[in-house]
Design a protein around this ligand. Structure first.
Ligand SMILES: [Zn+2]
Length: 223
């Protein structure tokens, strides 16, 4: 079914497909700001995947490690106790300690303090669960294709919906699917079609040089 482009489809950006052949995973994401944001996103994804950027056991922040440790950092105006500690990728002990300490004092709390502690408990429990049997991820992410389009958020959301059964819930970041790049690309193309954007979207299969993205559409873009 083809829908007419609706007025809410105003935000322009790129829906991209990245592929990791070794891990047999794809990532379907979007960018809406900046001139070279798909290339930056790819770098960011590889930094997280290769664990150059690691995860704080306490606040879940992603930071470039210093000698294998989460560097000192501030979260919500307070120095986070996850700083100078091993990241979640190496251990969940500190997160488990914090979870237990929060559980121990939760019965004394009321109102906003209680709801905030309840949120901390469920966030920490999920984070520990996710990293309990953490296996260092293999391979490297590569760029496959990007579609520069209006309604970028709607296209991405619809593509994710089509790929939902392949979602990898264990991946260290979101929007990762256990399928091939061509399946993911087909999902994005189908989403563009259903939203009436196939004719206006521009496709590229190579990352641009930083200066040319996306100001010179002829450079690597095809209709
Ligand atoms: Zn932290």
């Amino acid at each position: 079914m083809k829908l007419a482009a609706a007025p809410f489809l105003c935000s322009t950006g790129s829906v991209y497909v990245l592929e990791n052949l070794v891990a047999q995973r794809v990532k379907v994401g979007m960018t809406a700001i900046g001139a070279n944001d798909v290339a930056n996103r790819l770098k960011d994804v590889n930094d997280m995947w290769a664990e150059r950027k690691v995860t704080c056991q306490i606040c879940g922040g992603r930071l470039v490690h210093v000698m294998g440790l989460v560097p000192r950092h501030v979260k919500s105006g307070i120095v986070c106790i996850g700083g100078d500690n091993v990241p979640l990728e190496k251990s969940t002990a500190l997160a488990a300690q914090q979870l237990q300490a929060t559980k121990d004092r939760i019965h004394k709390l009321h109102g906003t303090e209680l709801s905030s502690a309840t949120r901390v408990v469920s966030t920490l429990a999920l984070r520990i669960e996710k990293y309990r049997d953490h296996v260092p991820p293999a391979g490297e992410w590569q760029f496959c294709v990007a579609f520069h389009t209006e309604g970028v958020a709607e296209v991405e959301a619809l593509a994710h919906k089509k790929l939902a059964k392949h979602l990898d819930r264990q991946a260290p970041f979101g929007e990762v699917f256990c399928c091939t790049a061509s399946e993911a690309t087909e999902a994005v193309e189908a989403a563009l079609g259903e939203l009436g954007l196939s004719d206006t979207a521009r496709r590229r299969t190579q990352l641009p040089s930083p200066l040319n993205w996306p100001r010179t559409p002829s450079h690597g873009w095809s209709p």
